[in-house]
Design a protein around this ligand. Structure first.
Ligand SMILES: [Zn+2]
Length: 321
């Protein structure tokens, strides 16, 4: 048995489910992943939980050494209520089977963006900070807020919804039913939309810039490639994303005043093209007291969620002691 115990972090994502096993100082003992599957029925949940336990045994470790299991899910996670409309998972039943597979170990459930923030705070770009905001620039815009080492979930599981801060009243229609939310501009989808619309809005002849074109509504990489070769549509798309993101971050900073803002998600891979402009725009929009807030890029990549889920499980287990 490991002296300091082990904590398991599971990150249920749209394409894959990742699991990582960590000791209490955050050293990874092993990790694995599976393609995402529906976990709606008790049978599916049981099979999955047994698969996770098998992964732990494959590392020559005992399931009884696992003192806590953290499960990161996309959706609104409040105390004892889970709303995950984009995935087919029975969260309560899955948690039950996971607990059974690990000697009745408690299972702690956390929103995936909050888990990523926790992960970066534990072992990534925010590891010396106590208060941080992680903005995840993926197909949408998620965020996690950590204050004094604790994740902020809110009364309805809706805290840290940076993507739905209004940055353009009456602007683009959002999936939340409102208009002008930050993620309609500052995300892969927003970037591609501005890129596509720039041709019409700015009267540009797109045939002059046909070398790089997005292949889908969330295919942001060609926008950065187009920027490299001087495509003005790409410059416009990045300019709009930076402006709206900086504005949203500055509003949140008025409330949270984080020590550090961390940028994660696939679009953050293009940060060399925009991070300096983002820092500059943020300092223009924020309160003078917050102008020195550091803006950094995440370092754990796709592993951040499972690091954070494990850390959340550890914190929860310690609170119960
Ligand atoms: Zn919205």
């Amino acid at each position: 048995m490991k002296e300091n115990g082990l904590y398991l972090g599971i990150d249920y994502g749209g394409n894959s489910v990742k699991a990582g096993l960590f000791d209490s100082i955050g050293i990874m003992q092993g990790k694995t992943s599976w393609p995402t599957v529906d976990l709606s029925s008790p049978d599916e949940c049981q099979r999955f939980a047994e698969g996770v336990a098998e992964f732990v045994r494959s590392l020559d470790l005992h399931v009884s050494d696992v003192l806590g299991v953290g499960l990161a899910m996309p959706g609104m996670i409040a105390k004892d209520s889970y709303f995950c409309p984009n995935v087919s998972v029975n969260v309560e039943v899955l948690a039950e089977y996971l607990s059974k597979s690990f000697s009745s170990t408690p299972v702690s459930i956390i929103n995936d963006a909050n888990a990523a923030a926790f992960g970066e705070m534990w072992k990534g770009a925010g590891s010396v900070a106590k208060t941080a905001l992680l903005a995840t620039l993926g197909s949408g815009l998620g965020s996690g807020i950590i204050i004094d080492g604790n994740v902020v979930t809110g009364a309805h599981g809706a805290a840290g919804e940076l993507g739905h801060v209004t940055v353009e009243p009456g602007g683009r229609l959002c999936t939340c039913g409102r208009k002008g939310c930050a993620e309609r501009y500052a995300s892969a989808r927003g970037l591609v939309q501005t890129f596509t619309e720039a041709t019409n809005d700015d009267g540009l002849d797109s045939s002059l810039f046909s070398e790089f074109e997005p292949t889908s509504a969330t295919d942001a990489l060609p926008v950065f490639k187009a920027y490299e070769v001087g495509d003005p549509r790409a410059a416009r798309a990045i300019e709009v994303m930076v402006d709206k993101l900086a504005f949203a971050l500055a509003q949140v900073a008025c409330i949270v005043d984080p020590e550090v803002i961390i940028l994660g998600g696939g679009v953050s891979g293009g940060s060399p093209y925009f991070i300096e402009d983002l820092r500059s725009a943020f300092s223009t929009y924020c309160l003078p007291a917050c102008s020195s807030t550091e803006i950094r890029v995440a370092v754990l990549g796709n592993d951040a969620g499972m690091y954070g889920a494990a850390r959340y499980a550890m914190n929860s287990a310690k609170k119960e002691c």
